[in-house]
Write a protein of this length. Sequence first.
Length: 608
Amino acid sequence: MFPHLGWEDWFNILKGGGKFDIAALFYFGGLPLVMMLLPVPEKWRNNKMYLKIVRLVFFIFIGIALLLNCIDFIYYRFTLRRTTFSVLQEFQNEKNGLKLVWDFIFDFWYVVLIFAGLILSMIWLYNRVQARFNSSSSKLRYYITGTGILVLTVVLAIGGIRGDFKHSTRPITISNAGDYVKSPNEIYLVLNTPFTFIRTMSVKGLKKMEYYKEYALEAIYTPVHTPDPANHFQKKNVVLILLESFGKEAVGFYNKDLDNGTYKGYTPFLDSLAGQSKVFWNSFANGRKSIDAIPSCIASIPSGFNPFVLTPYVSDTIGGLAHALKNEGYHTSFFHGAPNGSMGFAAIIKLLGIAHYYGKNEFNNDKEYDGIWGIWDEPFFQFFDEKLSSFQQPFFSTIFSVSSHHPFKVPKQYEGVFEKGALPVFECISYTDMALRKFFNRAKTQPWFNNTLFIISADHATETHHREYQNAWGEYAIPILLYAPGDDNMKGVTNEIIQQIDIMPTVLGYLNYNKPFLAYGNNVLDSTQQDPHFAYQYSGGYRWFQGDYLLMSDALKPGKLYNWKIDRFLQADLAQQKPDTLARMNKRLKAFIQQYNNRLIDNRLTVR
């Protein structure tokens, strides 16, 4: 099924597979391992019944793991995915479930034999190993030694489940397999089914929606964008700058009326840049996590019940901004000053079609390391500028800052330089704003600068201080600036809505891209668009901003309607007063959900 793979490809897949196998072994073998290593009294440890229980637990858990893998010997051919926990939901209402099992056993009898052979081999091998317990003359020594071995094993297990021992590494998940492959459909060769089953236990699977017939659905809302093929594509460079935790509250440009007009904010440079940029006053993130931002901004795919990159659908064939521009001859790159592999970013951007990753390893100077998250923003932004100047034009590059992270520190030479503010993050935001100013001061002397579109935004909002931001609007409010040096048409402020998933279609629209593409957002520069701009989030329920109104709904009921611009704390439900507005917004939300769910499930995230 993978005839194109060469030996080098296969070696990388096996190398990555070992990491996921180790994690799966700890997931499924963890309980019997702990039972064997607990420093229980010696008379219990040598008790035959206790050893039989440990043996049985081992056989059950490892047997389940083997069974899951054996099922996918066949089932993968039909789904082209490793089996996930959602399979239990898919078949929970099948009345002929027992018959399906028997049909499977009959049709694929050889898989049953393989499974039986593996189980018998496991039992035989287990019985070949005899645990010998030497009676200790010192009970204290016995318990100290036993406890030490248990603690060491737990530490190793944590490293195995996380994928390594780096501070910034989260437990590896499905998307991390992208580090070892060239194409999303290959990640299931790296993965194993026990791992995908465990890692999706808490992930809500999407359900296919049938609110509208296909022809009606496309008329209400479609993510397919069809530009004029006669457009003359202009190969401008594109630089996307994502600033960690830069909530809108920190930016003075947006808050001139805050604190009775005395509020200055913490981003003097960003404020000055906003005066030279295209600014959409009502700008939103599509999620509250860093891993939500990358697919939203680069591929126009928002999060649903769960972050997109943590779902099984991350292996879908994805279009996105990087793929589109790479096909036009662009050099593509991603910069993140954290230790390589942190947050799974390297794997994510590879699945999104970005060819080059630059992290802490490539920076190669630990003197600028903050000791926790990564390279300080000031030196890393300078490194970013140097690399951009070395790339052949046109290029598409993204940088993701790191310094505005807990524990909210700045380099020693800047301690006391920036105003601390009411929240610790504000001092760090001022530091990163300074780093951004130095980057632009240097970049504007480079030959590529005037031929570049810059998009400056945040990954997500963060903790807020002012009551004005402690609401459904403020939870997702972030800056989004479009800055094109020398282009007077890309200046000014509009009261329209913009969101992260609008970045991709807006950039392609600005470049006069002339091929069909799929994006869940809008080209906010398109004045001919008939449908009003919107912003979408999922936070325990659906949120749909459109014009002056916010719809909060679970999609099964009409929901509640608020005028979010004047009723910031959502006190007055206008559903009864404005039934037409409620119906119109609810209709569009349902169409969006149907397009989102069904296309992810069916692997239709590109235009065929």
